[in-house]
Design a protein around this ligand. Structure first.
Ligand code: ATP
Ligand code: MG
Length: 495
C-alpha cells in the first residue's frame, strides 16, 4: 500500500474533527474522499500532508510508519498537496515558486536564472501549461496556479498527490484539462487522493472512494461497483429521494418582480431581456464568462447601463454604487463567498447581522437582532457550536447558509445567488434548494447562476441562456435538457 491512515483522530480543543478515520491509497489509483460538509475530509488531508499532527492513530507510507512534524517533511517524503487556498507566493515569478528553496546555482553560488527558466519551461510543459516562467504568479488564473502546484509536485517526484476540491473554481474546459493531467499521474503509478462534492466527476475520474461521516470511516467502495444513491446514503446517513423541491406550474410565477429590457451591462453588447416573477426561481445558464456575472452585478450594484432599463416591481432601478440594488431590497450571495461575502475573522452572529443598520448590528445590545440570529440559525439548520464561533471554523455549506441568513434578517425583496452550492455537500444542497423554493413561494424571487446545468434544470422554473452578453434562449425548467441548453449556449439559436 502506498499510503495508509488508520483510525486517525484529531481534536481542535472541544471539536472532534476526526475520530476514527481510515483510508488506504494504492499506487496508480485515483481515490475519492467523500463526505458531508464538516465530515473531516480536509482535516484528514492536512494530516496526510503534514500540516496537522493527529491526536491519535497511525499513518504509514510504503508500509513504514511516519510521523511528520511539518508540511515540508511530508513533501520531502513525496506527498504533494494542492490545497484550495494556494500556497504559492503571489509576488514571486512562476519559476521562483517552482524552485523555491532549491534554486539551481552557478559556480559562484548565485542563482542561475537562465537554467531556472529553462527547466521551469520544460516542467511546465509536462503538465501542459504553456506560460512564461517569468510571469508573476498572482497574474495567473486559478486553473494555471493549480497547474503550477502540480508541476511543483511532479518536479519533486512526488508519489502522492492530494487534491482538495480542485474543480470548485474551474470552468468545464479547465476541469477536463485537470482530469487528463490527473489520469496521466495515475498512469505514471502515482496515488491520487481527490476530494469533491460533485458526484458525477467522481464517477468520471476515480476508481475507489472512501466515505467519511462525522469524522469517522463510513465505507469504502470501488467506483465501478457502487452508485450515487449508495454513496449518498453512506455520507448523509439516509437516502435522499428528493434533491430538488417541486417546481411551480408553468404560468404560476406571479407578477413581474424584476424586469430587464434591452439591457447592455458594462462592456457587453446585450441585449438582455429577462423577467422574474414574484414567485419564481429563474436561472442564468451559459458557457463560462458570457456575461452572467456582469448581469447579476448590474442588477445588484445598480451600475450605469449602456442601454436598457431594469425595473424592480415596476420602478426603475437608479444608478449609483452598491447602494442602488441594496436600497431596492436586492440581496446577493456572491460567487466567491470568501472574498466578497464573509467576514472570516468575525463570529457567525456578526456575519449574520453585518447588513443591519449600525447600532443594531451589535446584537449584544440589541436583543431583537440576537433573536433574529437564533431564528435564522434554526431555520437554516446551520451547524455550529454557538453563534459566537468564528465563521472561519464552519464548513463550506454552513458558511453559505450564514450568507443566506444575512439577507433574510434584512428582509430582502429579491435574491440573487451566484453558484449557490459551490463546495456544498449534497445534504446541505437539498436544504438550500428547499429554502430557495420556500423564499420564492413567500414572494422573494430568486435569480440564480450556476455552472452545473443539472442544478439549474432541477431547481429553476425557467432557464435563460446567455451568450456574448445577450439572452439567446429561454426554457421552462420542466422542458429543459442539458443538450438543448448547451446547444443554445454554443450556437445561440432558440430551441
Ligand atoms: N482549525 C480548526 N479549528 C477548529 N475547528 C476546526 C478547524 N478546522 C476544522 N475544524 C472543524 O473540524 C470539522 C471538520 O472540518 P473539515 O474542514 O475537515 O471538513 P470537510 O469535510 O473538509 O468539510 P467541507 O466539505 O465543508 O470542506 C468541522 O466541524 C470544522 O468546523
Ligand atoms: Mg474541506
Amino acid at each position: 500500500m502506498l499510503l495508509e491512515a488508520r483510525d486517525i483522530a484529531k481534536s481542535f480543543g472541544p471539536v472532534h474533527a476526526l475520530r476514527g478515520a481510515s483510508l488506504s491509497l494504492r499506487a496508480g489509483s485515483v481515490h475519492a474522499v467523500l463526505g458531508e460538509n464538516g465530515a473531516g475530509k480536509s482535516t484528514l488531508m492536512k494530516i496526510i500532508s503534514g500540516v496537522f499532527r493527529p491526536t491519535s492513530g497511525s499513518l504509514s507510507l510504503f508500509g513504514a510508519p511516519v510521523d511528520w512534524h511539518s508540511a515540508e517533511e511530508a513533501r520531502a517524503a513525496g506527498v504533494s498537496t494542492i490545497f484550495q487556498e494556494f500556497i504559492l507566493l503571489p509576488n514571486l515569478s512562476v519559476a521562483e515558486n517552482l524552485f523555491l528553496g532549491r534554486e539551481p546555482r552557478n559556480a559562484l553560488g548565485l542563482v542561475d536564472r537562465g537554467r531556472m527558466a529553462g527547466e521551469a519551461r520544460r516542467i511546465l510543459s509536462t503538465v501542459g501549461l504553456d506560460i512564461d516562467p517569468d510571469r508573476v504568479t498572482s497574474s495567473l488564473r486559478v486553473a494555471e496556479q493549480q497547474m503550477v502546484e502540480i508541476a511543483k509536485g511532479v518536479m519533486r517526484d512526488a508519489r502522492i498527490f492530494v487534491f482538495d476540491e480542485p474543480t470548485a473554481a474551474l470552468g468545464d474546459r479547465e476541469a477536463q484539462k485537470l482530469f487528463s493531467l490527473i489520469r496521466k499521474l495515475q498512469a505514471d503509478g502515482k496515488g491520487v487522493l481527490y476530494i469533491s462534492h460533485r458526484l458525477p466527476e467522481l464517477f468520471e475520474l476515480c476508481d475507489e472512494v472512501t466515505v467519511l461521516k462525522d469524522g469517522q470511516f463510513a465505507g469504502h467502495y470501488r467506483m465501478a461497483d457502487t452508485n450515487a444513491d449508495e454513496l449518498v446514503t453512506a455520507m448523509v446517513g439516509r437516502s435522499l429521494d428528493q434533491l430538488y423541491p417541486p417546481r411551480r406550474a408553468a404560468g404560476m410565477g406571479g407578477a413581474p418582480a424584476l424586469q430587464l429590457t434591452g439591457v447592455a451591462a458594462k462592456g457587453l453588447a446585450g441585449p438582455v431581456n429577462l423577467t422574474v416573477g414574484r414567485n419564481e426561481i429563474v436561472g442564468l445558464a451559459g458557457l463560462e464568462g458570457q456575461g452572467q456575472i456582469e448581469i447579476t452585478r448590474a442588477i445588484y450594484e445598480g451600475h450605469a447601463l449602456s442601454a436598457g432599463e431594469i425595473l424592480i416591481d415596476g420602478a426603475p432601478l437608479g444608478a449609483g454604487g452598491p447602494a442602488g440594488g441594496i436600497a431596492a431590497g436586492i440581496g446577493l450571495i456572491p460567487e466567491d463567498r470568501k472574498a466578497d461575502g464573509l467576514y472570516l475573522s468575525l463570529s457567525v452572529a456578526r456575519n449574520i447581522t453585518a447588513g443591519l443598520l449600525p447600532g443594531r448590528g451589535l446584537w449584544r445590545r440589541a436583543p431583537t437582532a440576537k433573536g433574529a440570529v437564533t431564528e435564522q440559525v434554526r431555520r437554516l439548520a446551520i451547524r455550529l457550536r454557538h453563534v459566537g464561533q468564528a465563521i472561519r471554523e464552519l464548513s463550506g455549506g454552513n458558511q453559505q447558509k450564514v450568507l443566506l441568513a444575512r439577507w433574510l434578517v434584512r428582509g430582502v425583496r429579491l435574491l440573487i445567488c451566484e453558484e449557490p452550492t459551490r463546495g456544498v455537500d449534497i445534504g446541505a444542497k437539498s436544504e438550500i434548494y428547499a429554502l430557495l423554493r420556500e423564499l420564492a413561494d413567500a414572494g422573494i424571487p430568486v435569480l440564480v447562476t450556476s455552472r452545473e446545468l443539472p442544478e439549474l434544470i432541477g431547481l429553476c422554473d425557467r432557464i435563460v441562456v446567455i451568450r456574448e452578453g445577450a439572452t439567446v434562449a429561454e426554457f421552462a425548467g420542466a422542458d429543459a435538457s442539458e443538450e438543448a441548453i448547451m446547444a443554445a449556449a454554443i450556437k445561440g439559436g432558440r430551441s
